[in-house]
Design a protein around this ligand. Sequence first.
Ligand code: BG6
Length: 469
Amino acid sequence: MPFPKGFLWGGAVAAHQLEGGWKEGGKGISVADVMTVGGPGKPREITDGVLPGKVYPNHDAIDFYHRYKEDIALLAEMGFKCFRTSIAWTRIFPNGDETEPNEEGLKFYDDLFDTMHAYGMEPVITLSHFEMPYHLVTEYGGWRNRKLVDFFVRFAVTVFKRYKDKVKYWMTFNEINNQRDVDTPFTAFTNSGVLYQPGEDRHEVLYQVAHHEFLASAKAVIEGHKINPDFQIGCMMAMSPVYPETCKPMDQIAALKEMDKTFYFADVQCRGHYPSYILKEWENKGYHIKMEPDDLAVLEQGCVDYFALSYYMSFVRAYDEQTDSFKEVPNPFVKASDWGWQIDPVGLRYMLDVLAERYELPMMIVENGIGLHEQPDETGLVQDDERINYFAAHIAEMKKAIELDGVTLMGYCPWGPIDLVSASTGEMEKRYGFIYVDKNNKGEGTLSRKPKKSFYWYKKVIASNGEDL
Ligand code: BG6
């Protein structure tokens, strides 16, 4: 039997993508609250505060804030052993720089975690998932500012203490490596509340910002273990393998260099020090990343306990002789989703193997899934065979990673078990769920919930501990 007893089958969401209630219970405005709806090829707009006449899909999302009891009951019906969500920082510290937390926000998560436990569901909690307080952007410049380290650690310690007997599995920063793509304003803003200024060297800014986040993460790990030594606190990376286009040696370098942009984040959080390829880049480019004397020791002491990853797709890179540069090329051997995400189940096994060999840590897949355009049929059921096939193929590859390659996997949380707001596009109609939610991109709909065909399929998968695909 490949999946161990106690394997954490579940699903994953983030507070801002489903809770709604953006102004309720004393909640402050988050970065997600100032992003409009976009679509394929139409990026979300980051507005200067909340402006009249704009559509902000995260404000109401799917109203989980009021409906969580009903929703958790549906997830429990599928047999969920765990449920990954995030604690909206703005419910606990509405502006981010207060010294005292907001009791109403803390109480909300007490109730949510109690509801999960009533069904035997283990909470798996992200501290920062694309929803930091907007006030920290406007007043401090986001994670450019070292003051955020203390604000974040205060937030982390507050929730660690409050939920020390309710939550065991934590993650510090969701997909911290997304911001490696410095050309997309969305990633710098959602990861770190950073708006790049004209003329600045974005990579140098990125390295400074990430240094602050590494410190905050390491301090959270150190403090968390003091509060409860049983805590498991992980990093969380978006992992997409990058293949070389051909066996030309320079194509190998193209792929390796692209992977390094992600490995750098994981190397610091898992190994506790900066890798030599990054230190050399700083030296070559004349970057000066500001650090205080103890910083490197803190990174060393605050290594994570496990490796959490999301997995959606793979990429291909090639060396372009004409321009002496590296470029992305499509993979002719895999298909892509309507949003251009290249579907590659074998890439999941490959990625798990590479990570197991590099870091020797237990792993948890905390996101995996496919966004689809979907409509209920005449009987009201969404026949999402494409999703079933997608998951069956990925789970089969996970099995191989465990059985054939010796990978230690703690759990599997497909993304968006209930339809929710897409992070990158703000659409409702990029659907991931096992449960259909009646709401469209314009914000219209009854918000009613209805299991899709995949709901019954995933229930069977969990009941058979991954045997019956
Ligand atoms: C990950 C994020 O990038 O992928 C989630 O952690 C996100 O927040 C998920 O929703 C799927 O991406 P998208 O853009 O399709 O919602």
